[in-house]
Structures are given as C-alpha cells and as structure tokens.
Ligand binder design. Structure first.
Ligand SMILES: [Zn+2]
Length: 182
C-alpha cells in the first residue's frame, strides 16, 4: 500500500468528468487500497479517485474512520456508482480533503440509494441516510468534476479559492527538490 498525494482545488483534474471502470482487476484493487490509506492518513471519511489524480469512477467511504485509523467495519468501495433513488432534503456543513480547512453549507438529498460494483466485480446496493447520504453525494459529485464549493455563493467560493491558491503556492515552495541523475 502507498499513500498518494491528494490534489488541492482548484486543479483541472478535479473538474473533469471521470470514466467508468471497465474491468475490476488487481490495479483497481491496488488503487482502492491506496485511496483508503490516503484517506485515513488525511483523517478524511471519504475520497474519490480524481482527488488522487485518477479520472476513474471510484470512491471510498468510511464514516467511522477517525484519527488515521480504520473503523474496523469494512469501508465502502464503490466502483461505477449510480444513484437509483433520492429523497428528502438536509443541509450539512461539508468539508473536503481537496479543500483543506474550509467548510460550507450544502443542501442535499437526505436519503439515497446507490447501485455500484464492488471489488470482486459484483453488483451491490447501498442506502445512505444522514451523513452517509451526504458522503455518497459529495464523493459521487467528484466523479462529475463537481466539488462542494460549487454549491456556495460566488463570493464565498472566491474567498476559498484565493486561500487555496496561497496554500498551493506554499506547498510548492516547501516541496523537496527532486534529485536529477544527469
Ligand atoms: Zn471532497
């Protein structure tokens, strides 16, 4: 397993529509393990493949995972998720690993049913309510190139955007220099 760098918004790769996973093979299973490890290390409860620069329709969610440790419950790995039924409404204060240290209120469906393929290539269905419903919609939005900041007012989004550009510039400055063999 290996952690992968989580992209910070704004980034072109976070704004693309992702492609379906054609074959659930060992590469996809390795990607799922890397995504889970990256999510736990960043203290997140969900991560979508485009957030690690892979433009494939795949997300991982573990709502119980905290402080970098798995919850013990098997995490959800959803490949090619499709919403099947959505009901009700709820507003949640959301954050995102690609928009560190920022939150914003987003109104979403309170309950949703999602069909997906699991890591064995088998069809599955999950029903989410409350935070689980929010997480499913938030993560699947990433596969459409959409982030929670897209639901905020242009003013708030621009404030966050400026802070993220500053953060990215700082990270770039602090990045270790790659050794080049000449
Ligand atoms: Zn996110």
């Amino acid at each position: 397993m290996a952690t992968r760098e989580i992209l910070i918004w704004p980034d072109k790769r976070l704004a693309q529509k992702c492609v379906a996973v054609a074959d659930v093979n060992d590469d996809i299973r390795a990607l799922a393990r890397d995504m889970l490890e990256s999510m736990y290390q960043a203290n997140g409860v969900g991560l979508a493949a485009p957030q690690v620069g892979v433009l494939k329709r795949m997300v991982v969610i573990d709502l119980q995972g905290r402080d970098g440790a798995p919850s013990g419950e098997p995490p959800l790995v959803l490949i090619n998720p499709v919403f099947n039924d959505m009901q009700g409404e709820l507003t949640w204060e959301e954050g995102c690993l690609s928009v560190p240290n920022e939150v914003g209120q987003v109104t979403r469906y309170a309950r949703c049913v999602v069909d997906y393929t699991d890591l064995d290539g088998k069809p599955q269905r999950v029903t989410g309510e409350g935070l689980a419903s929010v997480a499913l919609q938030h993560e699947c939005d990433h596969l459409e190139g959409k982030l929670f900041v897209d639901y905020l007012s242009p003013i708030k989004r621009n404030v966050i955007r400026r802070r993220m550009l500053k953060l990215k510039a700082e990270r770039e400055r602090n990045r270790p220099v790659q050794a080049a063999a000449l």
